[in-house]
Design a protein around this ligand. Structure first.
Ligand SMILES: Cc1cc2nc3c(=O)[nH]c(=O)nc-3n(C[C@H](O)[C@H](O)[C@H](O)COP(=O)(O)OP(=O)(O)OC[C@H]3O[C@@H](n4cnc5c(N)ncnc54)[C@H](O)[C@@H]3O)c2cc1C
Length: 461
């Protein structure tokens, strides 16, 4: 058995930087990765999808550039070339991360699958077929999550796609049926519509992006429908059937009625589940909840002393920046004598539909639930000079403020560069800059963020 100061399981957005940081601080560290260095973000998540979203935007712009006086007579989408560009970018990032880890002193990179065989003891089934047993006082779990696949009659008999396998298509689907109207389903749905597919999105609840305010869901649906994407709310697939080599027939239940949709491809995008089963956590005294998420306290400590869980596998907001921030919290608390916890941090996010949906802090629904005094500032993108000039006035900006303290409590920006505009508001929130001050800030003209003046003018007090 080999002894280390620290074991890191999973080279995701927390594990990879944490392992390097520990090793650079002189701790004898091992990082175990069973698949690809960099985890979901680099290989199956943010990097490949945002690379392909850029291609989809190019196709969209080619289709509407005549509106700007530059008619593109004919264009085509080469999905094989789009995939190759995506693969090149992913590989560069994956290999760069792996090489940098392998060059790090005090850090061993072990490629294989880790399983606990006892408290603080981990067995690794190496990719070479051999086994290795290791131990350490400090163990950091960053195993991430996988697509959740529902039990639907006939689903396993068709070759359905998930958010990972859809990245490898080289031919544009004729008709893509997307199960799930949240950020993964909407990003892929819009992307493939722009590549030329007919797209139908099924959402089980009464509206897409149902965790956002109702006006955001309605505007998002309007935006998707403008691109002729069919959005079916209150709709669930209950059965799939496919004749050999033929089209897939999906039976859809919607508002108590059943109908059939014929499609060529099905994308399952209903959520993700923690990748914790293979770790055999109970033997190490590490508790999970009923969904398999690793239970942690506010400092990311698990039920086993000296074992921490970071990233998606602990449940909660599943974003790259949250996983990365988990690493900085755990590391600083352990080695820099700080006292950070995960409750105190902001949780911004951006959905990379076009236009983007950027969100930070409280929304209107949240403010109502809390029963606090609040005001809503709202500005349509049609009133934003930059949006008018660039020819894209879809969406609106919205902020929730405290009328007494004048503090900004949250913001949702659905519009071009919505994520960037949201970040400006996040900085104001973090710096305690009140909305009455932003009204009169001098921003460069004509930037999207300049319109934050006007956003807060709408409050009129
Ligand atoms: C399609 C898609 C798009 C996304 N887009 C965004 C986005 O735009 N912005 C954003 O912030 N987030 C996005 N996300 C989410 C983001 O990718 C994750 O939140 C982020 O990667 C954090 O993951 P992690 O660090 O928890 O684990 P991961 O990155 O998933 O890493 C976990 C690693 O652990 C390894 N592992 C698991 N079990 C074992 C074991 N037993 N032994 C050894 N190794 C093991 C896995 O192979 C994996 O490499 C997206 C996700 C998807 C699927």
């Amino acid at each position: 058995m080999k002894t280390y100061d620290a074991i890191v399981i999973g080279a995701g957005q927390a594990g990879a930087p944490l392992a390097k940081k520990l090793a650079n601080a002189g701790k004898k560290t091992v990082i175990i990765e069973k698949r690809f260095y960099g985890g979901t973000c680099v290989n199956d998540g943010c990097t490949p999808t945002k690379t392909m979203v850029a291609s989809a935007k190019a196709a969209y712009m080619a289709g509407k550039s005549h509106e700007l006086g530059v008619p593109v007579k004919k264009f085509s989408v080469d999905l094989a070339a789009i995939k190759k560009r995506k693969d090149d970018i992913v590989l560069r990032s994956r290999n760069g991360g792996l090489k940098s880890a392998e060059k790090t002193q005090n850090l061993d990179v072990v490629l294989g699958e880790a399983t606990f065989t006892g408290e603080k003891t981990v067995e690794v089934k190496l990719n070479s077929g051999k086994k290795q047993t290791i131990t350490a006082d400090l163990i950091f779990l960053n195993p991430g999550a996988l697509p959740l696949i529902p039990q639907i009659e006939g689903l396993n008999e068709i070759q359905y796609l998930n958010s990972t396998t859809i990245l490898d298509l080289e031919e544009v689907p004729g008709h893509l049926l997307v199960l799930g109207g949240n950020y993964i389903g909407l990003e892929f749905g819009q992307m493939f519509r722009r590549f030329g597919s007919k797209v139908t999105i099924l959402e089980k609840s009464e509206r897409i992006v149902s965790h956002e305010d109702e006006d955001i869901s309605a505007e998002m649906q309007k935006i998707l429908e403008l691109e002729k994407i069919e959005v079916l709310n209150n709709a669930q697939a209950v059965k799939f059937k496919q004749k050999a080599g033929g089209k897939i027939t999906a039976t859809i239940a919607q508002k108590g009625e059943e109908r059939k949709i014929k499609c060529t491809h099905v994308l399952v995008a209903i959520g993700r589940k923690p990748q914790t089963e293979a770790l055999n956590l109970p033997i190490a005294g590490i508790e999970t909840d009923e969904h398999g998420n690793i239970k942690v306290n506010d400092k990311l400590e698990t039920s086993a002393a000296g074992v921490y869980a970071l990233g998606d596998a602990k449940g909660g907001p599943a974003f790259t920046h949250i996983s990365y921030n988990d690493y900085t919290i755990v590391y600083r608390n352990l080695f820099e004598k700080t006292d950070y916890n995960i409750q105190d941090r902001p949780v911004p996010y951006c959905m990379f539909t076009d236009p983007q949906l950027g969100r930070i802090g409280l929304d209107e629904t949240g403010a109502k639930k809390l029963g606090i005094k609040y005001k809503v500032a709202k500005l349509p993108m049609a009133h934003v000079a930059r949006a008018i000039e660039t020819g894209d006035t879809r969406g609106f900006m919205k902020a929730i403020v405290d009328p007494d303290t004048k503090k900004i409590l949250g913001a949702t920006v659905l519009g071009p560069e919505g994520g960037e505009i949201m970040t400006v508001l996040q900085m104001a929130m973090e710096g305690g800059i009140t909305y009455d001050r932003i009204r009169y800030c001098v921003f460069a003209h004509p930037l999207y963020s300049e319109s934050l003046n006007n956003l807060f003018m709408t409050l009129g007090d």
